[in-house]
Design a protein around this ligand. Sequence first.
Ligand code: GDP
Length: 298
Amino acid sequence: FLKLSEGISKTKEQITKRIDGLLASHSSMDEDFWEEFEEILIMADVGMEAASRLMDNLKERARKADTDNPEDFKDILRDELEEIFKIGPRIQAVNPPEVVMMVGVNGVGKTTTIAKLAHRAQMQGKKVLIAAGDTFRAAAIDQLAVWAKRLDCGFFSKDEGSDPAAVAYEAMEKCVAEGYDLLLLDTAGRLHTKVNLMEELKKIRRVLGKKHEGAPHRSLLVIDATTGQNALSQTKLFHEAVGVDEIVLTKLDGTAKGGVVVAVSLQYQVPITYVGLGEKMEDLRPFNGKDFAKALLA
Ligand code: GDP
């Protein structure tokens, strides 16, 4: 399987090479040095706001360490990245079945991620039910059914056009009746009816909470690393409308712009718990900020 350091090779190539070039061409961390570094961040899709905050923090670290020697820069950057990624997922006791609500825009890799998460849970010996809560698209229901069959896990769906909250409710009933450990609930991702979608997601949350204490225990937002700043605006949208507990960042293998990892963590304080490094069900890695910082700057 792909290791994290291999999965982020494109990002690494882009960022590390340019940082090395920056360090080689400067004898001190002067104005010009910081300006060039900011350019590298923007190229890597860290985004203006996060880049400027990151720069402030790095300058402060350099000042505290009383250095303007570029040789110290990578250590400072590594320490800062580790600090940014310190936010971890909320740990809570869950009265089974555990209910995970998957949200995100169409095309980001939500279906694939659900399959990957189901596979991981199965490997841990859990009995998993996937429920097709995107009743807006028949194709979404079919695609999930295919995955469920391949994974040999439980599957629940209703007809296209059914009330997604009814899917959630009945899937929950099935979970309890048949002793499932984990419910992975897909939801719609049609952004062209944003307001309706957010209302729909809120209703699903309410229904789940009434049916089972603490449910949904986690809302996972799936975002696509290759979409850079769109991934950031989607985080803002879903986080403000329905609340997001954790983020899964997909397609990190396909982009040189993995800087979005930094932007998401710095701006929204939502932990990234998994990253997608490929299309197969094994290609999901728990995200560890310390390892990411190390791999990036190795
Ligand atoms: P959905 O519309 O959000 O459910 O998206 P899908 O799960 O159907 O994924 C859209 C496309 O992205 C498919 O071709 C997937 O194989 C691909 N995909 C999903 N996750 C990853 C990933 O981590 N890496 C790569 N390279 N491709 C991915």
